[in-house]
Design a protein around this ligand. Structure first.
Ligand code: RB5
Length: 146
């Protein structure tokens, strides 16, 4: 199960990506927003990431105007590794090397076609483990020191 969410700046792109997930028969839950009225992206990041932390969802796709604000908010939550991407290489490598569990994109930055490509790479690529696990463990240790 994938959790998906956006603020108003990412709303249109979120709706496009929902259609893409439906075409691929990938189940998702949408934590909002549900129209283009202004909302605050930290509220959406929190609602979405709680579903990953609880185990209800495996991965998240989050959108705001740039993808940056919502990724900063998501990364404040324990166990969340959110990557703001605008290129397919990073969307793939953040799974292989960072074991990212949230992909963030900017509705005012990337086209729907590019976002679909990044979503596919993000959802279909496995974490490589090995030396990368040691680095993830160090990220977790930093998180636990706070
Ligand atoms: C909202 O106008 C905008 O600031 C937000 O969507 C996002 O781009 C923040 O990083």
């Amino acid at each position: 199960m994938i959790v998906i969410g956006s603020d108003h700046g990412g709303f249109a792109l979120k709706e496009e990506i929902k259609k893409h997930l439906e075409a691929r028969e990938i189940a998702y839950t949408d934590v909002g927003c549900y129209d283009s009225n202004s909302v605050d992206y930290p509220d959406i990041a929190k609602a979405a990431c709680e579903k990953i932390i609880s185990g209800e969802c495996d991965k998240g796709l989050l959108f705001c105007g740039t993808g940056v604000g919502i990724s900063i908010a998501a990364n404040k939550m324990k166990g969340i590794r959110a990557c703001c991407c605008s290129d397919p290489y990073s969307a793939k490598l953040t799974r292989m090397h960072n074991n990212a569990n949230v992909l963030c994109m900017g509705g005012r930055v990337v086209s729907a076609g590019l976002a679909e490509m990044m979503v596919d790479l993000f959802l279909d690529t496995e974490f490589e483990g090995g030396r990368h696990q040691r680095r993830i463990d160090k990220i977790t240790a930093i998180e636990n020191e706070q």
